[in-house]
Each structure stands twice: as C-alpha cells, then as structure tokens.
Write a protein that binds this ligand. Sequence first.
Ligand code: P6P
Length: 342
Amino acid sequence: MTVVKTLGQFIIEKQTDFPYAKGELSRLLRDIGIAAKIVNREINKAGLVDILGEAGNINVQGESQKKLDVYANEQFISALSVGGECALVASEENEEVVLLNKAVSKNAKYVVAIDPLDGSSNIDVNVAVGTTFSIYRRKSKEGPATVEDILQKGTEQVAAGYIVYGSSTMLVYTTGKGVNGFTLDPSIGEFCLSHPNITIPETGHIYSINEGNYVHFPDGVKRYIKYCQVEDEATARPYTSRYIGSMVADLHRNLIKGGIYIYPTTASAPKGKLRLVYECNPLAFIIEQAGGRATNGYERILDIEVTEIHQRESIFIGSTKMVLLAEDFMAEYSPKEILKVV
Ligand code: P6P
C-alpha cells in the first residue's frame, strides 16, 4: 500500500534539519500551503464566477490587475498575517511593503516576498499560472520590520518555492536541503509528496523565450537562439521551443525535463522584465538546489545586490550546461563592459 505523506507531515519531519528551529518556519510554510489551497479553489472555478476580467486597478508594474491577482494577494497576506510567523510581506501587487498584524506577529522572525499570481494574463484563457515566494529572516532585531528586512541578497533566503496551478496543482519548495514537490489531492484537500528530491537534468533540448522580441535582444541571445535552431544530430539540435508566457509553468517543465528559460533585456524591458526579489531569487534558489544554474547572463542571480522591492533583472535559468553555453555567447557577443557604456 502506498503511504501518502502530506506537506504538513513532511515539513514536521524535516524540521530536524534545523536543530535550533522551534517550528516557526514549519508553521510559515504551512500558512503558505493553506493560502495556496484557497487560491487554487478560486482559480479552478474562475471561469464560472465573476472573478475573471479586470479588477479595474493598475498594479505597481503598470499592469491591469485581474480580480484573481487581487484575491490571491489578499489570501496569501491574510494567511501569513493570521499565522503570526511573518512580520512583513513584499508583494508584486503592493507598491510598498505590508506590515502584518503587530499584535500577532510582533515576535515574528521572518519576512516574505511573494508574487501571488504570476502570469495572470493567462487566467482568462485557461493557461497555467503560478505563485512564487521567498522567505528571509528579518535583519532588524526589534521594533517593526522595515523594507530593509526584505532587501536581502538571494543567498540569504531561508526557504523559497512556487505553486503551479496547471493540469494539477503542485507546490515545490526548498529550505536549502534539496527540492521537493507536492501535488494537491483535491479529494482530501492536502498537498501530497509526489516528487521527492527533484534534480534538473544537466542539459536539455527545450529553450523558452519570447522570440517576438528577437529584434531587440542582445546579440549574445540572438546567437544562442540560432545555435538552438541549427541541425546537429550529435547535440540533438534543433531544440524544441516551448514558451507558455507563465514563467512558473515554463520553469517547472524545464526543471523536470531539462531546458533553459531566458528573459533578457528587450526594448520594453531595458533591465529585463522579471522581478529580482519575488520571481528571480526564489526560482534561482530552487533551480540551484536542484543542480541547475541561474544568472543574468553574467553573474549569479542570488549574488545580485537588492536595492528596490520591484527591481527588474535579466534571467537565464535552467540546466547548467545550457545556461553556461548561453553565457559564453553573451561573453563573446554582448560583453558586459560594452553594455555598461551603452
Ligand atoms: P512576455 C508573466 O507576466 C511573466 O512575468 C512571466 O511569468 C512570463 O514568462 C513573462 O512575464 C511573459 O512576458 O513579455 O513574454 O509576455
């Protein structure tokens, strides 16, 4: 008989990985799992209720906020606030950091960065969307947490993960000791361990990039795309192009099958489109823990200085050998020093 291990059981079991932990991180991960189940329920019926379409607001990115964006943001912030283990949240949907309920979280040790619903433009067309999150220890020792508590390098993450709301709903996370995936079993309302110790193939045959922006890509990216398209039996090229328009879904497929996702600088995104704090850093932590690589074409994502909540960054992320080769093309055709002058 197959023994089902739930997310809650797994978190408690792994708590011994942290000898000094008193359960705060375990409870924080549990709170995120609860919110994910609530958001999943709404996503799965989004087409049936008046939750589709524009919420009428514009978020800090200048993007029209879908109602489900707003709902997901509220659910994650509420779960973290009630749980009492988180002092502050930085969210894609909020221009400033959100201080959580002081009465409950005055002794909270952690802060969370989150993109509650990434790829939300796909909701109305029933394409997979995702949530990304990072957990840090707060740096401040007393008084209310501040934005400085979340402006930490990716290397300081205590835990990170994503939820992908796809053909099934999965929660994938790491605490720095490998990557584990849990699939939601709606019949019991629990995330169950389905993908223990996920590792990404060191190479792959899938490249994910919005080639509609080709004209404005750096030369190094153009050259790498052409490399992927050349016929070469020895390296199983041409590779397959797969781009969903929902980074969590693209990244999850590449994590399982091998591949590379690239969002470089473009005309409309001169610093890249993806946000360092709540998209690039959590996914980079996951990919590195799974044996992959994540850089901005030049330097490790997790080492990049964080100065603003919503700062954007280019990202090359996935199978190590594919990312390294893409970096070689960047070094040869788009060397950083020239880009600095320009
Ligand atoms: P484009 C979704 O808005 C997102 O942040 C990622 O999930 C996705 O990969 C990318 O942007 C899509 O952007 O410019 O290709 O439509």
